[in-house]
Design a protein around this ligand. Structure first.
Ligand code: HEC
Ligand code: HEC
Length: 212
């Protein structure tokens, strides 16, 4: 005759079998496989595609990639009227169905070898350096390598044309103005401190001289 204690043991055993069954069927998402859909625009090595406005993303820190994927997915980034590049990326991010999938693809992207960006247009590097050290370095670091605690990504190797578009978007509020975008709000402060569009180009050219 089974005692109530035995029934409990039996129940626990059944649950364990049921759970182990599900974990077999639910394989962990594979970042490399998920990246296949991304490579249509960002390239097989994550090198980017200027004609599509898709930046090089190879070797970007996973925490920053993951945040951007979450932001595109929720509409914090890229959902504004007229944001055609954001719209492309919002359509693409919809293939990732869970936090686990976004995490897996972000980890895979961060493992790719960084690719070389096109050179920035010639500009006034003295002014660029002055602006960078007065404004940007406090969050992105004096070598531009980023600071995770401040949510600020590595800027070294970011495509200059993409960077100019992002800084313009932060300045206009097309990026970073959503009420839930606390990191974008930080960057809007930095972008707003650049005095004019000449200084935007100068600071981008200066970032282009920083070493990985
Ligand atoms: C249809 C083309 C397209 C596809 C497919 C695509 N992207 Fe993008 N992606 C873009 C464009 C365009 C941008 C730039 C958006 C902007 O300017 O704000 C972008 C931006 C990004 C960014 C932001 C980079 C940064 O420095 O902030 C990340 C991260 C990213 N994509 C990852 C992915 C991943 C992961 C996938 C696959 C699941 C993917 N993309 C698929 C077009 C695409
Ligand atoms: C107060 C802190 C702060 C300052 C100052 C600041 N940034 Fe940022 N920056 C950030 C944060 C945080 C992000 C990430 C925003 C996000 O997650 O969308 C960011 C993002 C960026 C991006 C987007 C990168 C990408 O891959 O899309 C660029 C470009 C950038 N910053 C350049 C600059 C430049 C140039 C300066 C100086 C003029 C500057 N930042 C000053 C905090 C700052």
């Amino acid at each position: 005759m089974l005692q109530s204690r035995d029934w409990v043991s039996l129940l626990v055993l059944c649950c364990c079998i049921a759970l182990s069954g599900t974990s077999d069927a639910w394989a962990a998402p594979n970042g490399k496989t998920l990246f296949l859909s991304c490579s249509a625009c960002h390239g097989q090595a994550g090198e980017g595609n200027a004609a599509l406005g898709a930046p090089n993303i190879a070797g970007v820190d996973a925490w920053y990639v993951e945040r951007q994927l979450n932001n595109f997915s929720s509409g914090i980034r890229g959902a504004g009227a007229g944001d055609k590049f954001g719209a492309l990326m919002r359509g693409a991010v919809a293939v990732l169905k869970s936090d686990a999938e976004r995490n897996a693809v972000a980890t895979y992207i961060s493992s790719l070898t960084k690719t070389k960006s096109p050179a920035a247009a010639k500009a006034d590097l003295v002014n660029g350096s002055t602006q960078f050290n007065a404004i940007c370095s406090s969050c992105h670091g004096s070598h531009g390598h980023g600071n995770q605690a401040l949510g600020a990504p590595n800027l070294v190797g970011v495509d200059p044309i993409y960077m100019e578009r992002q800084i313009a978007a932060f300045r206009s509020g097309a990026r970073g103005a959503h009420k839930d975008d606390k990191w974008g709000a930080q960057m809007r402060v930095g972008a707003g401190m650049l005095p004019d569009s000449k200084s935007v180009r100068d600071v981008i050219a200066y970032i282009g001289t920083l070493k990985p």
